[in-house]
Design a protein around this ligand. Structure first.
Ligand code: GUE
Length: 280
């Protein structure tokens, strides 16, 4: 392996030390940031994330509440809970774990969360604010990736940045954040013609397609920074990313592992957003 490993756990740990100081400063004013996590149904992978979020809250001294609702929960029941949390004074951030079971209207639930408590920054108002560069919260995964890129010391300004994947929660906001830092940004997706020729232009390559080992060494420019957002299970049930780590690490200049890359950063940014929300 010739690439430098981008250690999401280490970058996370350093940021969490700073956040602890912010929490301590808020405590002097009698403020404890509070996060509510709502999970509907019992997807085992979702449970892992929810557990990691709760652990991070405990580590930083945040108040956290978990609402585990049965898979049969109705839209009305879920909206009633969101409404209650919107009004709950000790809750600053609300996260409804996605995806929701198919009978629930995800969009309506996201829009029901008060924009001031929308720590995922998924609602239309918050997405719009990101577009115009006037935001309070950044979406957690793209924000965490910007911190990882910063940790490599590479400057985004003027560079070729290629984002593979165009989801509302990762690909699109990711492209916008790179653009804010003056990157030259290309978004690719499943219909992109000759994808390898596009990804090979990237100085910074962010991959969020949800397909195990989708990016191979021939798709990567030598020396590129490669960020892997994937969370897949391989044939043996082992967690793996969208990038074929073993072979791409021979070509890239720096690369994130899965696990231990983007995942921990997502949670750290969620903590940061909750603290920001508590500052009012
Ligand atoms: N409203 C909402 N907001 C989210 O932010 C959200 C969501 N829904 N639904 C699911 C995805 C996924 N996600 C992850 C967060 C942390 C890890 C994480 O901590 N990963 C660790 C370990 C994971 C493991 O061991 O299984 C790592 O990569 O090292 C992973 C995935 C947040 N999501």
């Amino acid at each position: 392996m010739q690439a430098k490993l981008i250690d999401g756990k280490a970058v996370s740990a350093a940021l969490r030390e700073q956040l602890k100081e912010e929490v301590a400063a808020l405590a002097e004013d009698g403020i404890t940031p509070g996060l509510a996590v709502v999970i509907v149904g019992d997807d085992p992978a979702s449970k892992v994330y929810v557990r990691n979020k709760k652990k991070a809250c405990e580590e930083l001294g945040l108040h956290s509440e978990e609402y585990a609702l049965p898979a049969e929960t109705t839209q009305e029941e879920l909206l009633a809970l969101v409404d209650k949390l919107n009004k709950k004074p000790d809750i600053d951030g609300i996260l409804v774990q996605l995806p929701l079971p198919a009978h629930l209207d995800e969009k309506a639930v996201i829009e029901a969360i008060s924009p001031d408590k929308d720590v995922d920054a998924f609602s239309a108002v918050n997405v719009g604010k990101i577009m115009i560069g006037d935001y309070k919260f950044l979406p957690c995964t793209p924000a965490g990736i910007m911190e990882l890129i910063k940790s490599t010391g590479i400057e985004v300004k003027g560079r070729e940045c290629v984002v593979v994947g165009r989801s509302n929660i990762v690909g699109k906001p990711m492209a916008m954040l790179l653009l804010h830092q003056h990157g030259t940004v290309t978004i690719c997706h499943s219909r992109t013609a000759d994808l390898p020729s596009v990804t090979r232009r990237a100085d910074i390559l962010v991959v969020a397609v949800g397909r195990a080992k989708f990016v191979t060494a021939d798709m990567v420019k030598p020396g590129a920074v490669v960020i892997d957002v994937g969370m897949n299970r391989d044939e043996n049930g082992k967690l793996c990313g969208d990038v074929d780590f073993a072979e791409v690490a021979e070509v890239a200049g720096a690369i994130t592992p899965v696990p231990g890359g983007v995942g921990p950063m997502t949670i750290t940014m969620l903590m940061r957003n909750t603290i920001t929300a508590a500052k009012k």
